[in-house]
Design a binder for this molecule. Structure first.
Ligand SMILES: Nc1ncnc2c1ncn2[C@@H]1O[C@H](COP(=O)(O)OP(=O)(O)OP(=O)(O)O)[C@@H](O)[C@H]1O
Ligand SMILES: [Mg+2]
Length: 271
C-alpha cells in the first residue's frame, strides 16, 4: 500500500468523525433515464452520495458518464426519474442556479476565457457574498483566486493569458474555477485526461488535500485512468451502456466479474 492511499484513508476516517458516524445524503438520484433519439445514454440509474464522500465513476467510452454529470449539473434534464440535492428537487433548474445552490462541475473539454489571465478566469468564478460586504469581498478576490491557484499548482502561471497555457494546466484551472464557487458537491470529469504521470500524481495529492481541508464537500470523479482513481476514492460506481452495473470499494470493483468482462470486451475464457 502506498503513501497516497494511506493519506486517503486518514482523510476518510476524519469524515466519519466530522459526521459523527451518521452521514447526511447530499445527492439522491432515483431511476434517472436520458435518451438521445433511440439511445438510452443513462438508463434507470439510482445512487446516493453522502456528505464528504469521495466517489469514482468509471465505465468504457460512451457509458453515459458525462451525460450523468450533465444531468446532475442541470445542463440536461432527465426524461424520467428524480434528482435531489439536500432534499430539494433540482430537475429543470438553470445550471447557474445549481452552482449557487452548491454543485459545481468541470468539463471533459476545457473552456477557459482564453484572452483573460489565468487568475482572472478564477476570479470571475468566485462565489459572491450577499448583502453589504461586497467592497471588502472585492479586496479579497485576488488573494482568494491566488490561493486556489496555489492549491492546484498553478501559481507561476497566474498572470499568463489562458490561451498560452498548456492542456494539463488548463485542466487544473478548471478545478480551481469549480472550487471558486465553494461547492458542496464537486463533479470532476476526467481530471487526469491528457496529464502526464507526474501531473496525475500532483493532482491526486491536491484532491486529497482539498478533501482533508473541506471534509464536508463531496467529490465525484469520472476517470479513465483507473490506477490513479482507485488509489484516490473509497467507493466506485460502474456505468456500462447507460446502466449502473456495479458499485463497491475499489477492491470489490477490481474483482467484479461483470466489470472485468466489460473492460475486456467480453466474457473471460479460461483455457
Ligand atoms: N447531446 C447528445 N446527442 C446525442 N447523443 C449523445 C449526446 N451526448 C451524448 N450522446 C451519446 O450518449 C452516449 C453516452 O455519452 P457520454 O458522453 O455520456 O459517455 P461517456 O461515458 O462520458 O464517454 P467518454 O468516456 O468517451 O467520455 C454516447 O453514445 C454518446 O454518443
Ligand atoms: Mg465523457
Amino acid at each position: 500500500m502506498n503513501e497516497d492511499l494511506e493519506f486517503g484513508r486518514d482523510t476518510r476516517k476524519l469524515n466519519t468523525e466530522v459526521k459523527g458516524g451518521s452521514a447526511m445524503q447530499v445527492l439522491e438520484v432515483e431511476n434517472i433515464t436520458k435518451s438521445f433519439g433511440g439511445l438510452k445514454a443513462v438508463d434507470n440509474v439510482s445512487f446516493h452520495i453522502d456528505e464528504g464522500e469521495l466517489v469514482g465513476i468509471i465505465g468504457p467510452n460512451g457509458a453515459g458518464k458525462t451525460t450523468l454529470f450533465n444531468l446532475l449539473s442541470c445542463f440536461l434534464s432527465p426524461d424520467s426519474g428524480t434528482i435531489k440535492f439536500k432534499g430539494e428537487n433540482i430537475i429543470g433548474m438553470a445550471p447557474h442556479k445549481v452552482v449557487n445552490l452548491g454543485i459545481a462541475r468541470t468539463f471533459q473539454v476545457v473552456r477557459p476565457f482564453r484572452h483573460l489571465p489565468v487568475i482572472a478566469n478564477v476570479m470571475v468564478a468566485l462565489k459572491s457574498p450577499r448583502g453589504a460586504k461586497k467592497i471588502e469581498w472585492l479586496k479579497t478576490m485576488e488573494r482568494k483566486a491566488a490561493d486556489l491557484l496555489e492549491d492546484v499548482g498553478l501559481s507561476e502561471l497566474m498572470l499568463e493569458p489562458a490561451e498560452n497555457v498548456g492542456h494539463g494546466d488548463l485542466k487544473r484551472l478548471e478545478i480551481a474555477k469549480a472550487l471558486a464557487t465553494e461547492p458542496d458537491v464537486l463533479l470532476l470529469d476526467e481530471p487526469f485526461g491528457g496529464l502526464n504521470p507526474l501531473e496525475v500524481d500532483f493532482l491526486t495529492k491536491s484532491i486529497l488535500r482539498m478533501h482533508l481541508d473541506e471534509p464536508r464537500r463531496s467529490i465525484i470523479i469520472v476517470e479513465h485512468k483507473l490506477y490513479a482513481l482507485m488509489k484516490l476514492v473509497k467507493e466506485v460506481k460502474v456505468l456500462h451502456r447507460g446502466k449502473k452495473i456495479a458499485e463497491g470499494t475499489p477492491e470489490e470493483i477490481a474483482n467484479n466479474k461483470k466489470v472485468v468482462e466489460v473492460y475486456m470486451g467480453g466474457p473471460i475464457k479460461h483455457a
